[in-house]
Design a protein around this ligand. Structure first.
Ligand SMILES: [Zn+2]
Length: 124
């Protein structure tokens, strides 16, 4: 049997992994530093993101470590408390509160700001 985190040491040590939503995982993976990794398994394939500096195309080893962990422990995952709270908060907040939060957060956080502007870029 594969043991969580241990056998994948060459890829990075998984400090935490949770199902944040259906078929979407977030993990902290220890390599040279601690990286935040996101993996979504959808019908069209695997979507992934990692905040490590790896920039050679394809998949970094932290994402590989997370994928191996998901495969080995697939049946054990249930949607995390954090994921449930996140989803229900977003659903129950008013549009005004959400808009205000997004604007304030985007001003302070360049990664989020860029992702937001890219997602909703005006193509007209
Ligand atoms: Zn990475």
């Amino acid at each position: 049997m594969l043991r969580r985190g241990h056998d994948y040491y060459e890829y990075g040590h998984i400090l935490s992994i949770k199902l944040i939503d259906e078929n979407e995982w977030v993990a902290e993976v220890e390599g040279a530093e601690i990286y935040n990794t996101y993996v979504a398994i959808r019908e069209g394939g695997v979507h992934h993101h990692c905040d490590c500096p790896y920039d050679w195309g394809g998949v970094c080893k932290h994402v590989v470590a997370v994928l191996l962990d998901i495969r080995a422990n697939q049946e054990q995952f249930t949607i995390s408390e954090e994921g449930k709270i996140l989803k229900s908060k977003i659903q129950e907040l008013s549009e005004t509160d959400l808009r205000q939060f997004v604007f304030e957060f985007a001003k302070r956080n360049p990664d989020f700001r860029n992702a937001f502007l890219e997602e909703f870029e005006d193509n007209s």
